[in-house]
Design a protein around this ligand. Structure first.
Ligand code: SF4
Length: 358
């Protein structure tokens, strides 16, 4: 903790101008709220949230597809916990499970293969929600199923690539974002220079750090120093997980299963080159092809300001529903559902009256 105090002291000494930093990662946003960091930072340093909660950015039309498939009598849906309560236009996976849909919570996509083998009369469907870092485990499950000849397993592809969406957000110069803080689980496996290009393109400082409060403070200090020096660069303060050979093997495995396409994000519209689609030669494992279902391109946001909040235009207290019509027990939008959602973090760890629009 002493290190955090020293880092905070240094930040208070050197922040001498208004600086707005986008914290893209939902976990880092939670740590910031848990530690009431905003209240301790110099008042010229403003932190806004970004689109880094994967369950929060799944459009209602995608959840509707998850639900349509889940209610089929021949299907077992195997899902990670975060997705279950995300609302579609009418239902969520959790609400149809309460009415008899066969939905099982799992930890990893490979768990689906055990389920498929144990239930030969059913099709096990995995709604693959996540950012690019989750693509290798989904690709591995698909390739393993193909290798073992398991044909009663398929995936609803809903994996998203973050850098193109941050690029789209940063085009709005009115946001005055000067720095971008990311975590290593948001960094891109298929395009390792994506954040370097964003830093150069928008003349912003960019830093990748871990999840501890001290990591976040070091990242903020790193970016403030860059901004003071008039630099705009990318700095990764985390250790590399994989050797370059292993990274290359993973990239090839992912690109053998998926290709990149335009995709819809909740509240943010269609973003070019930000989605993953399963290749035609593996169509058996693509639930949308197997069940002949297309995703809707409509994205109605009823009474929810998540679009503004995940693009740095507002903070949760700016939303009229925050803590009133929308609570974790009765959420209106996805940012209030999972513990990576910024509204959830604000609700649990703050009694703030701070707003972006005041
Ligand atoms: S408080 Fe609820 S309704 Fe408002 S933006 Fe957050 S999730 Fe959406």
């Amino acid at each position: 903790m002493q290190e955090c105090e020293l880092l905070l002291k240094r930040l208070r000494e050197i922040v001498d101008r208004p600086i707005r930093i986008m914290v893209a990662c939902g976990i880092q946003n939670r740590v910031i709220m848990q530690n009431r960091l905003r209240e301790q930072l110099p008042k010229e340093l403003t932190l806004v949230a970004g689109p880094g909660c994967s369950a929060c950015v799944v459009p209602a039309g995608y959840i509707d597809v998850f639900v349509r498939i889940a209610v089929r009598p021949d299907v077992i849906t195997a899902s990670c916990k975060d997705v279950l309560n995300v609302p579609g236009s009418q239902d969520s996976l959790a609400s149809v499970a309460a009415h008899g849909a066969h939905i099982i919570e799992i930890a990893t996509p490979l768990d689906c293969l055990k389920l498929a083998k144990a239930n030969p009369g059913k099709i096990v469907v995995y709604p693959a929600v996540g950012f690019e870092a989750s693509a290798p485990s989904v690709a591995e499950a698909i390739l393993e199923a193909a290798e073992q000849g398991i044909d009663n397993f398929c995936v609803i592809p809903s994996i998203r690539l973050l850098p193109p969406t941050i690029d789209q957000i940063l085009r709005d110069s009115c946001l005055r974002i000067r720095g971008l803080l990311c975590s290593d689980h948001l960094t891109s496996i298929s395009d390792t220079r994506a954040y370097t290009r964003l830093a150069k393109k928008y003349s912003i400082a960019c830093c990748v750090t871990g999840f501890e409060l001290s990591d976040i403070l070091r990242g903020l200090l790193n970016m403030v120093m860059q901004i003071r020096r008039g630099e705009a660069s990318y700095d990764n303060q985390t250790a590399e997980y994989f050797s370059s050979e292993e990274s290359e093997r993973i990239r090839q495995m992912v690109s053998g299963v998926f290709f990149i396409t335009d995709t819809l994000w909740r509240g943010l519209g269609i973003v070019a080159g930000s989605g993953f689609v399963i290749r035609d030669e593996l169509a058996l494992y693509d639930a949308t092809k197997r069940f002949h279902i297309r995703f809707s391109e409509e994205d109605p946001l009823r009474g929810c300001a998540c679009d503004k909040i995940i693009s740095g235009r507002a903070l949760p207290p700016d939303c009229p529903s925050f803590g009133m019509a929308c609570t974790p027990e009765d959420p209106v939008g996805p940012c209030m559902i999972t513990n990576e959602g910024i509204c959830w973090s604000y609700f649990h760890f703050s009694n703030v009256v701070e707003t972006e629009t005041e």
